[in-house]
Design a protein around this ligand. Sequence first.
Ligand code: FE2
Length: 221
Amino acid sequence: MFSTPHKGIRNFLPQLSMLAGSCDYTDPEEVKMLKVRLEETLELLEEHAQAENEIILSALEEKAPGSGTHDQEDHHKLHQMQDKLRAGLNHLASPGIRPEEAMRLGNELYQDISLLHAAHLEHMVEEETVTQSLLWQYFTDGELLQLQGRIIGSMNPELLLKWWKYILPAQNPTERLKLLTNIQASTPADFFEQVLAVAKKNLSASAFEKLAAGLALVGVD
Ligand SMILES: [Fe+2]
């Protein structure tokens, strides 16, 4: 239930950290680029936590009251850290900020991104172990697939493509082929073409070749 989106999160959070660490905070253009990346990161993180709260954890709460509380509280704490980052970068991007102030705030932002990254790593492992065990205990495989379908169905195509951009390069070839085969079987052909284009753009040439060969074997042109 968790491993696919979590691979994407483990891809984009270190990228954000790298960008924040190498940013020239006295250059408004670089701050603007970092802001765009931060906003995309926060959009994905917030959508992910919301889907977990409203679909997975609420279903778990119905079966075993109290069992979703720990993760919901984690989500609340993570949300507060994310709001702090957003406010910090908005301040940095405000016009007329002095260079020394921009560098000081940039360093604070970089450290806050590290704290958020660390908190997400710990939270994801908890969900993949403790919460996943509870899901296996209380739900059948069919019910879990239904929950997974509801999560994917809750996202618009544009948001899904943003997720695939980070998830596909983070997966191993077996996971990637399985995911693409499932997407091909369950979505319109033009959307699948867009997913393939995202794969081509974001995978290495050899990884994409391997994927294309696998898809041809299972009957996808
Ligand atoms: Fe979560």
